[in-house]
Design a binder for this molecule. Structure first.
Ligand code: URA
Ligand code: URA
Length: 196
């Protein structure tokens, strides 16, 4: 087998492990797991919280309302989602979209770490508090940490508001979460362009 097919089969094996996973209670209420999708070897990896209802139904990340807003935000900044890899910290839908527990995050987090190890992104983006908690072991830090660069195991990590939060925050006034996100995504685009 050549390197390319080794790489793809490592990815497929990981996805199979996720499909069979019963490490936490979410396996009993899920319709299916949501592994993640996008370009392998991508420079950019976006990390959300956990699947919602639409993701649980389709098996794909960020396809519901939050995903549609994420698409709009990326398009506005001319960032190509198809060229990125999109995943979540937790691969199964929490009932009623509650925030994943620390136990669920710990039990599922190894899969995300394995995905990152395979993709080797040059930039990681944490969307909201759950990925921020996973990467940096901080809780509730998104309001302070958004728009800032951190490091996670040698990879630049950028924090942005979660699109679901933006759906609940209508204002576009200066300093509002939507307006701040517009600046953040442009900053992200600048850094991405510097890689090319
Ligand atoms: N919210 C997330 O955090 N991830 C998804 O995939 C969808 C909604
Ligand atoms: N809580 C989150 O998890 N994410 C946000 O972006 C804002 C509040």
């Amino acid at each position: 087998m050549n390197r390319e097919s080794n790489y793809q089969s490592a990815f497929q094996e990981l996805e199979e492990q996720v499909k069979r996973c019963d490490r936490c209670g979410l396996c009993s209420s899920r319709t299916q797991t949501v592994f993640g999708e996008g370009k392998l070897n991508s420079k950019l990896m976006l990390v959300g919280e956990a699947p919602g209802e639409d993701e649980d139904k389709t098996g794909r990340p960020f396809v519901g309302r939050a995903g549609q807003l994420l698409d709009k935000i990326l398009i506005a900044a001319k960032i190509d989602r198809q060229a990125a890899y999109v995943a979540n910290v937790v691969k199964c839908r929490p009932p009623n979209n509650r925030t994943p527990t620390q136990d669920e995050i710990l039990k599922c987090g190894g899969f995300l770490e394995a995905q990152i190890a395979l993709i080797k992104p040059k930039i990681l983006v944490a969307l909201g508090n759950t990925p921020l908690k996973f990467f940096l072991k901080v809780s509730g830090g998104i309001t302070k940490m958004r728009g800032q660069w951190q490091m996670w195991r040698g990879v630049p990590l950028f924090a942005m508001f979660h699109p679901s939060y933006l759906l609940r925050e209508d204002s576009r006034a200066v300093g509002s979460p939507k307006e701040l996100t517009w600046h953040d995504v442009q900053e992200l685009k600048l850094r991405l362009d510097e890689l090319n």
